[in-house]
Design a protein around this ligand. Structure first.
Ligand SMILES: *[C@@H]1O[C@H](CO)[C@@H](O)[C@H](O)[C@H]1NC(C)=O
Ligand SMILES: *[C@@H]1O[C@H](CO)[C@@H](O)[C@H](O)[C@H]1NC(C)=O
Ligand SMILES: *[C@@H]1O[C@H](CO)[C@@H](O)[C@H](O)[C@H]1NC(C)=O
Ligand SMILES: CC(=O)N[C@H]1CO[C@H](CO)[C@@H](O)[C@@H]1O
Length: 459
């Protein structure tokens, strides 16, 4: 079975070194890159120097003075934190076959950068610097609000104290900060993002893997927005338990389609009721029928959002598949992510065709996507960092609107059920019967706040 993996093609390892003052969104960018690459099965991990520092100095009260370049004790601790992070990263590269390691630190001086550069070259790892440069005061303040409400350093302090203290901390870093530039750093591989992405400077981007990362960060924005996800309404095939096909909505499916505009408005809330959503559907009738009552003008059909192609099993019920292709039926249950239907697709195949969708989705603002169970699982896995072995088994019921709100360090999820019954199309492992007998994994809670940093990174 051909397995898609950029790293196999190139056999390249990259160390992304974050550069920039505090509150420039470095950790956010670092975490997003890890989430994106992991979703594409590229082994990646973030090494956050701040976390190491908190581990070492867990008993020290950390305020701005700690970051004064003249504070010997602070310097020592911070140096040790950087050293531990680098050591762990190098071990991870060599012992766990890491492909993209991200060193999330300020690394504000050239001397520090030179040291990492040397280490990478000694270990044949490509160093790539990623600087987030920002002099737009509004952006910085917005970031500080995000940081101080989420940073472990400010858990027990008042907002006012946190903001002042953080500004002071930044000013200490500013004393020694040396930005990257195309003259003095002309021989280095780097991306410099100026004020998020109002200007982007690229220097010596060489490998394909590096250019993927560049392309991804170029598409990121930080405007607040929400992403709505919904499956199509119940289809005629769902009533008969058949998979695939291009059937019409059932009567109840049409009811859901009619209810959907109201559901969206309710979820947007009174103050946002004029929000213009962009609507994406697949090219199949059931998603377009589901979108047909939505009042929004921008509706787009994507072939890439079509349901998983069940190949020779298209149009069969799970029972028929179990009878006709018992080995396939078992193989799919054993490894649903990798199993590819005869003449059809696997979950991995879907992730590959969804990659351009994810890129475009990062660029978009408010959006509603109406698609199919397997595709939705993959999209959801990307936003919520769900490991590969779990994502194909997540329960995503019919007639339910899911709302995702990406925040600096977390994604808020809420679900809204339309009060319209539908058959369950959920199939548990080891049976051809449909229905949720136990609770599904993943999104069964009605309202979760999941912090990216607390989530497991897929293997
Ligand atoms: C629901 O029906 C559609 C066809 O209309 C099919 O593609 C989809 O797989 C069905 N869901 C399940 C899990 O049976
Ligand atoms: C779906 O609905 C259309 C229009 O109502 C109808 O012409 C078509 O035959 C239906 N298709 C199926 C497969 O039932
Ligand atoms: C929404 O978009 C439509 C068409 O693109 C436009 O006519 C309308 O003014 C927009 N509404 C708002 C509130 O922006
Ligand atoms: C957090 C971090 O890595 N900062 C370091 C960047 O480099 C300077 C100079 O070597 C150090 O003093 C900082 O601790």
């Amino acid at each position: 079975m051909p397995v898609y993996s950029i790293s196999h093609v190139e056999n390249v390892r990259v160390c992304v070194v974050m550069v920039g003052l505090p509150a420039r969104g470095k950790s956010l960018i670092a975490q997003k890159i890890v989430r994106y690459l992991s979703w594409l099965s590229i082994k990646s991990k973030c090494f956050n120097v701040g976390n190491y520092r908190r581990e070492i100095a867990s008993d020290v009260v950390v305020n701005a003075e700690f970051f004064d370049p003249r504070n010997e004790e602070g310097l020592k601790t911070r140096k040790e934190a950087v050293n531990r992070a680098i050591t762990d990263m190098m071990n991870w590269f060599s012992e766990e076959n890491g492909v993209v390691g991200i060193l999330d630190a300020t690394n504000s001086t050239k001397a520090r950068r030179d040291r990492i550069l040397k280490l990478c070259r000694e270990n044949s790892i490509e160093p790539m610097f990623l600087e987030s440069y920002c002099d737009d005061q509004d952006l910085i303040l917005q970031n500080i609000i995000d940081v101080k409400t989420t940073s472990p350093d400010y858990i027990d302090t008042s907002n006012e104290f946190a903001t002042d203290d953080f500004l002071k901390r930044i000013s200490y870093y500013e004393e020694i900060y040396e930005t990257m530039d195309t003259k003095s750093d002309s021989d280095l591989t780097f991306i410099k993002l100026v004020n998020v992405n109002s200007q982007i400077i690229l220097n010596r981007i060489e490998s394909y893997l590096e250019s993927r990362i560049v392309y991804y960060v170029m598409n990121l924005h930080i405007k607040p927005r929400c992403i709505y996800l919904s499956r199509h309404g119940e289809s005629e095939y769902n009533l008969t338990g058949q998979i695939g096909g291009d059937s019409n909505l059932s009567e109840r499916g049409w009811k859901y389609a009619k209810k959907l505009p109201e559901l969206v408005l309710k979820s947007l809330g009174e103050e946002n009721k004029h929000t213009n959503l962009t609507v994406w559907t697949s090219t199949l009738k059931r998603t377009q029928q589901t979108s047909s009552f939505l009042p929004y003008k921008r509706k787009l059909q994507w072939k890439a959002l079509d349901e998983l192609d069940a190949g020779e099993c298209d149009g069969m019920t799970y029972e028929e598949i179990e009878q006709n292709f018992p080995e396939d039926f078992k193989a799919r249950d054993d490894d649903k992510y990798e199993y590819r239907y005869r003449g059809g697709e696997s979950y991995r195949d879907i992730v590959i065709r969804l990659e351009p969708i994810i890129m475009e989705l990062e660029r978009q603002e408010n959006i509603l996507i109406i698609t199919h169970q397997a595709v939705l699982r993959c999209l959801y896995a990307y936003f919520m960092n769900i490991p590969q072995e779990e994502s194909p088994w997540m329960s995503i019921p019919l007639h339910t609107l899911i709302k995702l709100e990406p925040r600096a360090y977390s994604t808020l999820v809420s679900r809204m059920k339309a009060d319209i019954p539908a058959v369950s199309t959920y199939k548990e492992k080891g049976t051809s019967q449909l229905g949720e007998f136990a609770s599904g994994t993943g999104i069964s809670k009605s309202r979760d706040l999941i912090r990216d940093s607390e989530l497991v990174t897929p293997k």
